[in-house]
Ligand binder design. Sequence first.
Ligand code: 0O2
Length: 207
Amino acid sequence: MSDETIYGENLALMEQLRSDVAASLDELRRTMSAGMEFDPIEHCLSRIKAEDSMREKCRRQGLPETTHSALVEIQDAIGFRVVCAFRSDVYLVRDFLAELPGFEVVVEKDYIKNAKENGYRSYHMILRTVDGRRPVGCDADGGFFVEVQLRTISMDTWAALEHHMKYKKKAPANERLIVAELKRCADELASTDVSMQALRDLILEEQ
Ligand code: 0O2
């Protein structure tokens, strides 16, 4: 049987959590902008996964449409995307999140150093609350999960375009060519990210 609202009674707490993580990231930006005169984050988006998308994800994963599936089995009900100008900023934000009070890191995947076969690059983290906040009404044996995807601007542009292609109802006639071109572009963008990082390091070194 499916719950009326998949998140049950947890929505208010989830919104609070989202707002807490967002506030911590804002604080990092303020501190770095004031002290180091640079903001490591270009922009940051966050969301609670919409009811329809979460139910669709449950079905896709063969899970019942319940609060347990949404908050215990699936770990991206609360999601952040942090977009940075430079690769080193991605790792700086990663280090900040790894030490975030009230959270532990339960999963990390470095798709920047180990890109997916299609060219996808991003740093993924799953955090979990360890401050006593945990989902109710779903047999959770731990806290709330928060998924964070960290990437550079070029990785983000690429992922958005590739996502469009993947989720198009009808595959384009020249799909194989597009997939190959996307891979080529991903590798070129990655190489440009590395060059831009080297340039930035050089410029900052001389200041
Ligand atoms: P949705 O519908 O976007 O929320 P694994 O089982 O370990 O291979 P898993 O558990 O899906 O992978 O986690 P992973 O690889 O960390 O991916 C989590 C999310 O990252 C995905 O959400 C996407 O949002 C994004 N992502 C991962 N791979 C790609 C990719 O090749 N292209 C693009 N554009 N985005 C990607 P989901 O799970 O698809 O769900």
